[in-house]
Design a binder for this molecule. Structure first.
Ligand SMILES: Cc1ncc(COP(=O)(O)O)c(C=O)c1O
Length: 395
């Protein structure tokens, strides 16, 4: 660690994501690693941003978000999930779900407070907990259905536990927590007076009729739940970083207390454009089209992986597929992903990056299918070489 750098950065060096992206560029690999679309977001949303910029909506927005966007967020939640949301007190616009999670941790944790995470977890969570002085406590999800042991969850709750983090639909597994699982988590949260922070950035990207249940809507949960989301995922504009949090007035106020001194406000014209997007989406069938598009892409990639002798685990939501690479003779998933990127020309992410102890991760690889059909077709062609080439080179 460099001189003068805070201890909280210990252990957070360059991530395997950066390494895989670098390898992908070096070898001209098709990048199915990174979790963002290689296709554009809707024209109408782009036009709305241009219009907003030309209309000089270019100065600071109100710290917790423009009224128009907060109203669109509240209306969208009500329309989809049937619960009225107070757009003034219960909605906060953030710089992506990433900032939302960080300000939630800073608002809720005192030094030494513990936060339960389901493992594998989105890699930012433990860092954000540690940056806020907290301690991450992982609870395992087990493949192939990524279920967890209620006893293990119960045992993980201690004197210092302050919050449970849920991510559904889940990155990297594609799991959607069932209503029964959410109910059991909710009962424990209520019994132990815990806050639940739920990352639902993929709530619109679900498959085969799977129904997304926001845990905030279960009995007794609204007052103890912060629901995080990101328009970047829903409207394929990850670079705009417009996220939001829905939660009860007292928790929202705490979060805003951090947010005002953290980023203060998020880019005004992009908030305006996302308000336009959300106002129109349902009526124009956007969410149904999004689901249909992703279902086709998932099917295309699944077929390609299976043709390359890579069995695929079931996926209910998100835009990732996990392939079982345990039968291929590699020591770990990082070795497989390095091989796949440099020798086959397709980049994937080793899910061990989502584990506290990477050596305990199952041997899988995560593929992102938020890519154009041509991208997936080109990857499929390269993957077809895998069963042929593989025996020549083992790590
Ligand atoms: C589960 C999850 N949460 C949060 C994010 C980040 O969201 P944002 O870009 O809005 O910060 C991602 C991005 O991949 C994600 O997969």
């Amino acid at each position: 660690m460099a001189r003068g750098v805070a201890k909280r950065l210990d252990g957070f060096g360059t991530s395997v994501f950066t390494e895989m992206s670098r390898l992908a560029v070096e070898h001209g690999a098709i990048n199915l690693g990174q979790g963002f679309p290689d296709f554009p977001g809707p024209d109408v949303v782009k036009e709305a941003a241009v219009t907003a910029i030309r209309a000089d909506l270019n100065q600071y927005a109100p710290s917790h978000g423009t009224p128009r966007l907060r109203q669109a967020i509240a209306a969208g939640f009500e329309q989809t999930y049937g619960r009225e949301v107070d757009s003034d007190a219960e909605v906060t616009v953030t710089t992506g779900a990433t900032e939302a999670m960080q300000v939630a941790m800073l608002a809720l944790l005192d030094p030494g407070d513990e936060v339960i995470l389901f493992e594998p977890f989105y890699d930012a969570y433990p860092a954000q907990i540690i940056f806020a002085g907290g301690v991450p406590r992982p609870v395992r999800l087990s493949p192939p259905d990524w279920s967890f042991s209620l006893n293990e969850l119960r045992r993980a709750i201690g004197e210092r536990t302050r919050a449970i983090v849920i991510n559904t639909p889940h990155n990297p597994t594609g799991k959607m927590f069932s209503r029964a699982e959410l109910e059991s988590i909710a009962l424990l949260a209520i019994e132990h007076d815990l806050i639940v922070i739920t990352d639902e950035v993929y709530d619109r990207i679900t498959y085969d009729g799977a129904v997304h249940t926001p845990i905030a809507l279960l009995p007794g949960m609204w007052e103890r739940t912060l629901t995080l989301n990101s328009t970047g995922k829903t409207f394929s504009m990850t670079g705009w970083k417009i996220g939001f949090v829905i939660g009860p007035a007292d928790l929202s106020a705490a979060l805003r207390g951090i947010h005002q001194f953290n980023v203060f406000a998020t880019a005004t014209p992009f908030q305006e454009a996302m308000a336009v997007a959300m106002e129109q989406a349902e009526a124009q069938g956007y969410y149904d089209a999004l689901r249909a598009n992703y279902t086709a892409l998932r099917n295309q990639l699944r077929t390609a992986l299976e043709a390359a002798d890579l069995p695929v685990l079931p996926v209910s939501g998100s835009y990732y597929l996990m392939a079982d690479v345990s039968g291929l003779g590699f020591d770990d998933d990082v070795a497989f992903c390095r091989y796949l990127t440099s020798e086959i020309g397709v980049a994937a992410i080793p899910p061990s990056a989502f584990y506290a102890d990477p050596t305990t991760a199952p041997l899988l690889a995560r593929f992102c299918f938020a890519k154009r059909p041509e991208t997936i077709a080109a990857a499929a062609e390269r993957l077809a070489a895998l069963p042929v080439l593989r025996p020549k080179r083992r790590s």
